[in-house]
Ligand binder design. Structure first.
Ligand code: F6P
Length: 342
């Protein structure tokens, strides 16, 4: 078979490990040819690719980023997008495309599949917000980086009796914040799924500092929002792909806490550090398993499916199901985090 591979959306630790997993089994076991399209769907639209061989993938397992590049471009942004996708499929006699991406890229993949193109998806995002899979690769790495940062913030917070705010990624969901908050012993964790009351946040911090004379670390997901009417937020900026440009709630909250409580407050925004560098062993393994499972799914004709991690085994699932709804942090898990708030 001739199989295309692309990586779309924001980069994520483990992308190269998935590519390597696909290529290894495709070449060695199935005798396939694998084409790596450059910069996500852009490479398919422009018929621009590099042939990926086992030899070409040597040494990429621990490397962050993606060797074939990524972008947020999608076929349906162009009137002739689907014609260009079909032209590339024909020109290279492609039997399938493996799409490694997050919510946006996989939704586009489903739309392309619905136009008759054989597609298998692989769930990628540090945010862990794709339905149909317990884990996306990259999440474990982001949680490890955020937890290390929270550990470091604790010691400096204690030395100065300060409030430390740590803003982490998570535009629609708070998986990174909740996991890193629990792992790092956060004083409280604020996530998009649970709008926060600034007054209540301030009151519990004051109680903690007064009663226990103990410093605090507040973890806030970039998409966390105050309850309506409790705090004025600046107008949101939209990027060229229609995404709200986030990042800033930590500083807004920090100013508010300091002015309402008088507690000295400092803010750290982790930003893209969470997405860069080498994947954790868990993510290397998960990515590798996903890559292998994706090429198996191609050979099993599981088109319109996404490989997924469920109950410790990997299975293809209908993409339609997977992109229908975001997976939010469960009340049960968040309530564990709440047990340890101030
Ligand atoms: O990878 C997902 C994500 O990390 C979001 O949490 C974040 O808002 C977004 O990517 C930022 O991506 P970029 O800066 O590439 O637009």
């Amino acid at each position: 078979m001739n199989v295309g591979v692309l990586t779309g959306g924001g980069d994520c630790p483990g992308l190269n490990a998935v590519i390597r997993g696909v290529v290894r089994k495709a070449e060695k076991h199935y005798g396939d040819t694998v084409l790596g399209f450059h910069d996500g769907w852009r490479g398919v639209l422009d018929n621009e690719f590099t042939e990926l061989t086992i030899e070409a993938c040597r040494g990429i397992l621990p490397r962050g980023g993606t060797i074939i590049g990524t972008s947020r471009i999608q076929p349906f942004m162009y009137e002739d997008g689907m014609d260009r996708v079909r032209a590339t499929m024909e020109a290279n006699e492609l039997d399938a495309i493996i799409v490694i991406g997050g919510e946006g890229t996989l939704s586009a993949a489903l739309a392309v599949f619905n136009e008759g193109v054989p597609i298998v998806g692989v769930p990628k995002t540090i945010d862990n917000d794709i339905g149909g899979t317990e884990r996306t690769f990259g999440f474990d790495t982001a949680v490890a980086i955020a937890t290390d940062a929270i550990d470091r913030l604790h010691t400096t917070a204690e030395s100065h009796d300060r409030v430390m705010i740590c803003e982490v990624m998570g535009r629609h969901v708070g998986h990174i914040a909740t996991w890193a908050g629990i792992a790092g012993g956060a004083t409280m964790t604020l996530i998009p799924e649970h709008p926060f009351d600034v007054e209540a946040v301030c009151a519990s911090l004051v109680r903690r500092h007064d009663n226990n004379r103990y410093a605090s670390v507040v973890v806030v997901a970039e998409g966390a929002k105050p309850i309506e009417g409790s705090l004025e937020l600046p107008k949101e900026e939209i990027d060229e792909y229609g995404h709200i440009r986030l990042g800033g709630i930590g500083h807004i909250l920090g100013r508010e806490i300091e002015s309402r409580t008088g507690l000295e407050t400092r803010v750290t925004t982790l930003g893209h550090v969470q997405r860069g560098g080498t994947p954790t062993p868990f993510d290397r393994v998960l990515s590798t398993r996903f890559g292998v499972a994706a090429i198996d799914a191609v050979h099993d004709g599981k088109f319109g499916h996404m490989v997924s991690l469920n109950a410790a085994s990997i299975k293809p699932r209908p993409l339609t199901e997977c992109v229908a709804e975001l997976k939010y942090v469960s009340d049960e898990l968040y309530s564990v985090a709440e047990q340890f708030f101030a």
